[in-house]
Design a protein around this ligand. Structure first.
Ligand code: HEC
Length: 144
């Protein structure tokens, strides 16, 4: 009798866990990177990305801006994990493997800073699954 209840409980918990795994639990407004990390990212950005995307992330002749309204409206409602994957698999276009995961996470931290999202006390992770938990929200949401 009891064990059936326990099993039902486990099944219900599993359903909840699956639902949670799909919906991002954090926002870029939650302080998801550190100042130090963004500073490191700035160094990598300047050597690997700025030639095309501009030293203020304002875009260049060919490459789109990586900060500001146009960029944010492209990515609004998507996750930091998706942005990271876009960069991990596609940037710089000639050789995406040239810059590793950790430096790319630092670059994303710098991009968040340049888009005026607040820094926090923990660094941005460099695994896609964790980053998919963080939603890009152009407008700061009302208190949850
Ligand atoms: C040789 C020039 C060049 C370099 C270097 C480069 N990019 Fe790009 N990037 C582009 C171009 C062109 C596009 C637009 C076409 C496309 O999406 O492939 C783009 C698109 C992007 C996008 C998608 C923007 C959007 O709103 O859809 C991101 C993000 C990005 N680049 C990040 C980076 C990062 C980070 C680096 C450095 C690691 C980098 N890029 C290096 C040329 C470059």
């Amino acid at each position: 009798m009891q064990s059936k209840l326990v099993l039902a409980g486990i099944a219900a918990a599993a359903v909840v866990a699956v639902a949670l795994a799909q919906e991002p639990t954090k926002s870029v407004w939650d302080g998801v990177y550190t100042e130090d990390q963004a500073k490191q990212g700035q160094g990598y950005y300047n050597s690997e990305c700025a030639s095309c995307h501009g030293d203020q992330l304002n875009g260049g002749e060919m490459a789109p801006p990586l900060a500001g309204g146009e960029f944010l409206s492209n990515w609004n409602g998507i996750t930091v994990g998706d942005l990271f994957e876009r960069i991990r698999t596609g940037m710089p276009p000639s050789d995406p493997g040239k810059v590793g995961r950790e430096p790319k996470a630092a670059i994303v931290a710098y991009m968040l800073q340049m888009n005026k999202f607040p820094a926090g006390s923990a660094a941005l992770a460099s695994d896609t699954e964790s980053l998919k938990q963080i939603k890009i929200e152009m407008i700061k949401p009302d208190k949850k």
